[in-house]
Design a protein around this ligand. Structure first.
Ligand code: AMP
Ligand code: MG
Length: 342
């Protein structure tokens, strides 16, 4: 199959994407978080193709993307008043909610479960595609399972070339890590996957919210199936270093000497850029004071490490606070738990 990349400003983009979605073919779509691998969310046939193209484990359910809050009503059993009011504030945006599903949701979307995950993305072109398709679009991240999520159309092309007919190029994603997943079927509501919105952000409109125990504590079993898999992993071996920035810097210098004959990459903030010459590759996470910049860059950098044939990766971690919780959740998975606190 030939994979075409079409720019979001091309006048035929919506028509082309809708054509494939209604034929139960897959289209990669841009969102503010990461690129999604989209298919007709009411079609078992289309959703099965998503699992095949990604090589996704069959017990990891999909998120349905909608263009209007009103669409929720036919997809779930009931929307609690509190949730309705809260969504007015957080949607469109990087928040996925979980509610009891209605009968029209295919088995393949929920992997047999009785709840469904739904989100309204904040990318105009993608909402137009959903609206004109007249169905919710099921869309997990458009990477091969296990690899870092794609944040540019070329990242998607790398993983999906020959497997899907169309990629909509909407530029680089500005949030860069996946949505916060909030389970609204229990009280207090539970964050199953941390993301752009933190517990404190969500509590403004949802009232008391808690993190699933597995997010902040090792060894707990996560409530969300997707959280238990090895994820976001580059090919090289990776170590995440966390602590006082000067001690971290000393550690980088020590590692530079130990690993000097290896293809080692250093991923750290701009203020350490003078260490670049001591490593095979240096990738900047931008300013230490701007975690959103780090979030938007991290997956692209990890994929670049693979493109550059990196054998060892040293990456500076961040404090687990607000957006830092979402970022560290991804980094811990990328390095298989190899985090050093110094
Ligand atoms: P992805 O779209 O690849 O970023 O993954 C979607 C995430 O949402 C995964 O971590 C899934 O396990 C999670 N998810 C989707 N549906 C449900 C659900 N009904 N209950 C709990 N987690 C879900
Ligand atoms: Mg994913």
């Amino acid at each position: 199959m030939k994979t075409e990349i079409i720019n979001e400003n091309n006048k035929n983009v919506v028509k082309e994407a809708v054509k494939f979605i209604t034929q139960n073919e897959l289209v990669a779509i841009p969102t503010e978080t990461v690129y999604g691998l989209g298919g007709n969310g009411l079609s078992d046939e289309a959703c099965k193709k998503i699992f095949e193209a990604k090589n996704r484990p069959s017990d990891n359910p999909l998120i349905l993307h909608i263009s209007e809050v009103e669409e929720l009503d036919r997809l779930v059993e009931q929307v609690p008043e509190k949730v309705k009011r809260a969504l007015d504030y957080y949607w469109p945006g990087p928040l996925t909610i979980i509610l009891k599903k209605s009968d029209i949701i295919p088995h393949t979307v929920t992997c047999g479960g009785d709840t469904v995950a739904i989100r309204m993305p904040n990318k105009e072109i993608t909402r137009r595609i959903i609206r004109q398709s007249k169905v919710p679009i099921a869309a997990p991240s458009a990477n091969l399972s296990g690899r870092p999520s794609p944040t540019t159309a070329l990242d998607v092309y790398e993983d999906m070339q020959g497997k899907i007919p169309l990629i909509v190029d909407g530029g680089a994603c500005n949030v860069g890590i996946e949505s916060t997943v909030l389970d609204c079927t229990c009280e207090p509501n539970l964050i199953l996957r941390p993301g752009f919105y933190s517990k404190e952000d969500l509590e403004i409109y949802f009232g008391p919210v808690e993190y699933d125990k597995s997010i902040l504590k090792e060894g707990e079993i996560p409530k969300s199936p997707g959280q238990k898999y090895k994820h976001y992993a580059p090919s090289g071996s990776m170590e995440v270093i966390l602590g006082n920035r000067y001690r971290v810097r000393d550690f980088f210098n020590q590692r530079a000497r130990e690993l000097k004959d290896k293809k080692t990459a250093l991923i750290t903030f701009e203020d350490n850029s003078d260490l670049a010459n001591s490593f095979y590759k240096f990738y900047s996470l931008g300013s230490r004071d701007n975690l959103l910049e780090m979030a938007s860059l991290i997956f692209r950098i990890l994929r670049q490490c693979d493109d550059d044939g990196i054998e060892n990766i040293l990456c500076e971690g961040v404090e687990e606070k607000n957006l830092g919780i979402g970022i560290m959740n991804r980094l811990k998975k990328s390095c298989g738990g190899n985090v050093k606190i110094i």
